[in-house]
Design a protein around this ligand. Structure first.
Ligand code: GTP
Ligand code: MG
Length: 321
């Protein structure tokens, strides 16, 4: 969908080279950036007056609506139906998890995997990086991956063993995963804009974020800053929503649980970010260690599926039944 649409700023009627440069200097690279930021922020970033920035943003919105990249304010249910028909599904590679997800993880939706350290969240993300590249006949989407790594735990070696385990060419699989290190929450948020830009150049079908919340959590310590943190996470989730809507890609994020049972607040089995993350997540998966090295996945809060459990193992070649 994005491949066909001209997203360059200078393709907007009425935006000349001077304005384009001004926008570029402020970090606005394409039309989608204008929409994501909105007139107030654009005016602040560039120093232009709010009337001008509103006009540019409105023009950008019209172009994207025309191009079918974003919805107009109201769309008919039949259009919505048509849009939902384009939702793709990515198999998880195990029968147990595919049953849990009723087929696999979906595009245009956010899947959140949470649980304590070592429960397999990162391994799940790695697995999906390979799964999404499988041929459509085998449950993949033949798409590439953007991976935002905030914990420095992305390991190409793991991808290689998993690709080999599925009989895929490891070199090819690795070349289609674009990895970015997010060192702090601001950078993580900016990376979503970059992701949109990259998705116009590569057929991206999966955005992985490992972890969604750890940077926010490290920077906003204690109860006093909780409101501020939640507000920032909310903005991040909104950007992710726009990313998925614009690209028809799936998003998989990991999340920690409130790990300190002695703390005055926070349930040790509840994910960080609470409802703010939960409202955007279509699937929430609670992973925990089971008997004999197995992992138990529990599907929580899905809009259309019952709460249920599946048992999996993490092996050298990936996640297996
Ligand atoms: P945190 O990021 O610390 O919160 O943990 P996590 O939930 O991301 O855990 P992760 O996905 O890193 O899982 C770690 C576990 O996966 C290890 O304890 C191992 O059991 C398993 N694992 C990781 N790599 C391998 C591997 O190459 N072979 C096998 N068999 N198991 C592996
Ligand atoms: Mg991890």
């Amino acid at each position: 969908m994005t491949d066909e649409l001209e997203l360059r700023l200078d393709s907007l009627a009425g935006v000349g080279p001077v304005t384009t440069r001004k926008l570029n200097d402020a970090g606005i690279q394409n039309i989608m950036d204008l929409i994501v930021r909105g007139p107030v922020e654009i005016a602040e970033l560039t120093g232009m007056d709010i009337d001008s920035s509103s006009k540019i943003c409105e023009k950008a919105r019209e172009d994207l609506v025309k191009g079918g990249l974003i919805a107009k304010d109201f769309i008919s249910a039949s259009e919505l139906y048509k849009k939902r028909q384009t939702i793709g599904m990515i198999t998880t590679g195990t029968d147990a998890l595919d049953t849990l997800f009723a087929g696999g993880i979906e595009t245009q939706a956010l899947t959140e995997v949470y649980g304590e350290f070592g429960c397999g969240k990162t391994q799940f993300c790695h697995t999906m990086c390979v799964q999404v590249q499988k041929p459509k006949a085998e449950g993949g989407l033949e798409g590439g991956v953007l991976y935002m790594d905030s914990e420095n735990t992305f390991r190409p070696e793991r991808i290689k063993s998993m690709a080999e385990g599925y009989g895929l060419d490891p070199k090819e699989v690795l070349s289609k995963i674009h990895v970015g290190r997010a060192y702090n929450s601001d950078q993580q948020m900016l990376m979503v804009d970059k992701a949109l830009e990259l998705a116009t150049k590569h057929p991206i079908k999966l955005l992985g974020i490992d972890s969604l919340t750890s940077a926010f959590r490290a920077e906003f310590l204690g109860r006093g800053t909780l409101a501020e943190r939640q507000q920032k996470i909310r903005a991040h989730m909104r950007d992710l929503d726009k990313f998925m809507e614009g690209t028809n890609a799936a998003t998989v994020v990991t999340n920690q649980v409130h790990s300190n049972p002695q703390a005055m607040f926070g349930d040790p089995t509840k994910p960080v970010g609470g409802h703010i993350v939960g409202h955007t997540s279509k699937f929430r998966i609670y992973l925990r260690k089971g008997k004999a090295g197995t992992r138990v996945c529990r599907l929580k809060d899905s809009p259309h599926l019952p709460e249920s459990e599946a048992v999996i193992s993490i092996l050298e070649e990936g996640i297996r039944d």
